[in-house]
Design a protein around this ligand. Structure first.
Ligand code: FE2
Ligand code: FE2
Length: 187
């Protein structure tokens, strides 16, 4: 099953000229499988969510708001201001509608991979963390050492390291799910 989805995602992203995204999702999927094996989560679900998490990269930012409305997604003011934030939910819709993935755990992890969410499950935490380890920008992430050290303890602590980094670097513009997730993890 993993092979089939891998081939489908590769073909889809190739057809849309998203070689950069393709390399990134393969890295995230590999990292997610590694974390799943280490933390006792389902590696098949981890791989699926990793492969699909950024599939909506094919939708340009200028069209994300309109696509989210078309799919009837609930749109927060922060997402209206920064439609990039909608790509996590759009990826979940595309995973279901185009790639035929109906596993709720996989879809939920895809839908919150950028911001996390309060009461996050193991797969949510795992995909969130894998995406931050295999980040899609040049160089090494500034939070990587702290995050790796926190991973010695738990996925939740690693997620908290990244959310705190976000809070300190976004000058107050934290997505409400991220804010709620952080409060949750600080408990
Ligand atoms: Fe993403
Ligand atoms: Fe990503």
């Amino acid at each position: 099953m993993g092979r089939g989805l891998q081939a489908d995602v590769s073909a889809f992203l190739h057809a849309h000229n998203r070689a950069h995204t393709l390399a990134h999702v393969h890295q995230v999927a590999a990292e997610a499988v590694r974390l799943a094996q280490h933390f006792g989560a389902d590696p098949v679900k981890a791989e699926q969510a990793g492969l699909l998490h950024d599939i909506s990269a094919v939708i340009p930012n200028t069209r994300r708001l309109e696509e989210a409305r078309r799919w009837g997604l609930a749109i927060l003011p922060e997402e209206e201001a920064f439609p990039m934030l909608l790509h996590q939910q759009l990826s979940a819709v595309m995973a279901r509608e185009i790639f035929g993935v109906h596993d709720e755990e996989v879809l939920a992890a895809v839908a919150c991979h950028t911001t996390l969410r309060p009461a996050a499950g193991k797969l949510d935490l795992l995909i969130f963390v894998a995406d931050k380890i295999a980040w899609d920008q040049a160089g090494s992430p500034p939070y990587l050492d702290d995050l790796a050290a926190a991973l010695d303890h738990s996925l939740a602590q690693a997620a908290r390291v990244y959310l705190e980094y976000l809070r300190e670097n976004l000058s107050g513009l934290l997505h409400p799910w991220a804010r709620a997730a952080l409060i949750d993890l600080l408990d």
